[in-house]
Structures are given as structure tokens and as C-alpha cells.
Design a protein around this ligand. Sequence first.
Ligand SMILES: [Zn+2]
Length: 80
Amino acid sequence: MKYLFVFVLVLVGLWLWRNSRRADSPPASKQSARRPMSPPGLPTEIVACDVCHVHLPRSEALTGPGGVYCSTAHQQQAGG
Ligand SMILES: [Zn+2]
């Protein structure tokens, strides 16, 4: 019974040692997990509506033949 206790202690010690080694080397795993497309810190591109010159993110802007617009009304007003 005494040997079983020592064996469990050694197992727990090995498990803790392996976990601490994993925690010591996060940069390599972080670099491999980094996605090349659109990192979260990337600034949003801002464009201006061609009719009212309101600034808005490109993802929310409507594109037409003459440029970008803030709304469908301005898109139609510009002839797009
Ligand atoms: Zn507009």
C-alpha cells in the first residue's frame, strides 16, 4: 500500500511537470494558431459617401458605379 502511494505521487509529479512545461512555451503554439486573414486588431477602412460625404466603414458602405454610398437612397440619387 505504501508503494502505491509513492507511485501515485510520482504520477502526479510527472503530470504537474508536463503541464508546467507546456505553459512555459506558448509562443510557438500561438504562432502556429495565428490566422493570416483579418487579425482582430486590424483597423477598419473608412470611406466617404459620394453624395453626403458621411464617413462609414467600408463593410457597411454600398458600392455603386460612381463610388460608395451610405444608403440606398443616396445610391439611387447618384444614378446607381
Ligand atoms: Zn450619403
